[in-house]
Design a protein around this ligand. Structure first.
Ligand SMILES: *Cc1c(COP(=O)(O)O)cnc(C)c1O
Length: 479
């Protein structure tokens, strides 16, 4: 370190005079491969940025005067270029134990969907073109029949996500009208999606009924008046109530709504299309059951238990769906061809329930036997132990995965994975944070979670096809 800030500043001026011309540096041999890889424009920009940083450092008195060689600049610029070129959307390993992790992109799509999206990306498609008549078509028509077949609904429309589905439904069906909701269902889903706020945005008037823990049919009955548009039920997704509780079911609400000439809308959230108990998973009402129970409209996500792309599906009575589709917000919230292509491919898998468990990635992950994860943990353990070093103990342990995305919050799935603890047995959080950060800093970041004095790496979402790359990365080889 040289102190260049002292005196009359002549030293600093002398130092600055030593900064080489960018033209000369760019012409040096060190820069030839960089220009070949990244082009002259980017290389020049990064060289300028490197020199600016050096000047700022010199002014602050940090710069080492002799270090400004072509080799040093080549190295610094090459690091900047590599970092700049790295995609900001990165693949990671999700070892959090949460299968549908909202922050990690929720459902992973099956190959069928990937192929359909690739086709839609690279070839023109009949997105809004009726191939039978040659006339203009409606993009919802591409999957309307399939959704109806799978849910028993009369009609369907698709928007960008379920939050949009709820917003659109309320905007189209209840502007300046009342929507009756139980106080036990005025939930916040996360990411600032709160039922009372959405209601406001949609211009609907929330009519709360019942209490937090108990709502009765007569509460709805007494709330209905000439301004009532909808009775709405909201799936409590991410929280559960137990004890002295009472909820009015869709099947109980439907006859009342019919009698009083209003509609029942159900925001199912996760929206599963099949009975999950056949695979030993917890019970969740299906969209078909909800329609059969008498819901006039059901909204649900495409990328939660359904296992498809981010989307919001609205299904139900034909005349209500038609009204929703005519609302100007529908145009603003509509999905693109990539979403439709992926969604159709995923929905098609549901036509063969026998193969769904192996072909639908989400379901395959949720139903993976704990033994698979236990054996994987044993195979991976040595590499992780070598990476963490003797100060830590890496162990194979049973743990519990979660479904995630607010689906069935109290149910957990038995799993296996690796834990990293301090060999001394102490609960030194800082040391574990260091390992967690190191894993997160790998070329394909590994995301686990720290709890109870250990780093937990649940192996449910590390499928066998990815295991070799995972181990290679721990061993410092390119993943
Ligand atoms: C998840 C969820 C939403 C929001 O769905 P997104 O697809 O994330 O927009 C709305 N309502 C319920 C009940 C949910 O569980």
């Amino acid at each position: 370190m040289n102190d260049v800030t002292g005196g009359d500043g002549s030293e600093l001026r002398a130092l600055m005079a030593r900064v080489p011309s960018v033209e000369r540096v760019l012409a040096s041999a060190v820069f030839e491969p960089l220009i070949a890889d990244y082009g002259r424009t980017q290389t020049l920009a990064m060289l300028r940025a490197t020199l600016d940083a050096w000047r700022a450092g010199a002014q602050a008195g940090h710069a080492s005067v002799d270090a400004l060689t072509d080799t040093m600049l080549g190295h610094a610029v090459s690091l900047r270029l590599a970092k700049h070129a790295q995609s900001r959307v990165r693949s990671v390993f999700n070892l959090t134990g949460t299968v549908l992790h909202t922050n990690l992109g929720r459902a992973l799509l099956p190959d069928e969907a990937v192929r359909a999206v690739a086709d839609a990306l690279t070839r023109p498609a009949n997105l809004e073109f009726d191939l039978d008549t040659g006339a203009r078509g409606d993009r919802d028509d591409l999957i309307n029949d399939l959704i109806c077949e799978l849910t028993g609904a009369e009609a369907a429309t698709v928007v960008n996500n379920n939050a949009a589905a709820v917003l659109l439904t309320l905007s189209a069906l209840a502007p300046r009208k009342e929507v009756v909701v139980s106080r036990g269902e005025l939930v916040e889903i996360g990411g600032a999606f709160r039922i009372p706020d959405i209601m406001n945005r949609a211009g609907a008037k929330l009519r709360e009924v019942g209490t937090t823990n108990r709502t009765h049919l007569k509460d709805y009955e007494e709330a209905i008046n000439a301004r009532t548009a909808l009775l709405m039920k909201v799936h409590c997704s991410n929280y559960a109530m137990s004890g002295f509780t009472k909820e009015v079911t869709t099947a109980e609400l439907a006859p009342l709504a019919r009698e009083r000439g209003v509609s029942v809308a159900v925001d199912l959230g996760s929206g599963t299309l099949v009975d999950l108990t056949q695979w030993g998973l917890p019970r969740e009402a299906t969209v078909r059951e909800t329609i059969e129970a008498g819901a006039d409209l059901v909204t649900f996500s495409g990328d939660k238990l359904l296992g498809g792309p981010q989307a919001g599906l609205i299904v139900g009575r034909k005349e209500l769906i038609a009204k929703i589709k005519k609302h100007p917000l529908k145009r603003a919230l509509r999905v693109g061809k990539l979403t439709l292509a992926a969604l159709e491919a995923v929905l098609r898998l549901y036509r063969s329930p026998e193969t769904l468990q192996t072909r639908l990635t989400t379901l395959r992950l949720l139903t993976r036997p704990a033994d698979c994860m236990r054996l994987a943990a044993e195979r991976i353990r040595p590499a992780l132990q070598r990476m963490t070093g003797d100060a830590f103990v890496v162990a194979t342990e049973p743990m519990f995965s979660q479904i995630g995305s607010g689906a069935l919050p109290v149910d957990v799935l038995p799993s296996y994975g690796l834990t990293v603890r301090l060999a001394s047995g102490k609960r030194a959080g800082g040391q574990l944070n260091r390992i967690e950060k190191k894993l997160r800093g790998l070329p394909r970041p590994v995301i686990g979670r720290i709890a109870d004095g250990a780093l937990w790496l649940d192996l449910r979402c590390l499928e066998e096809a990815d295991e070799a790359a995972f181990i290679a990365q721990l061993q410092g080889e390119d993943a």
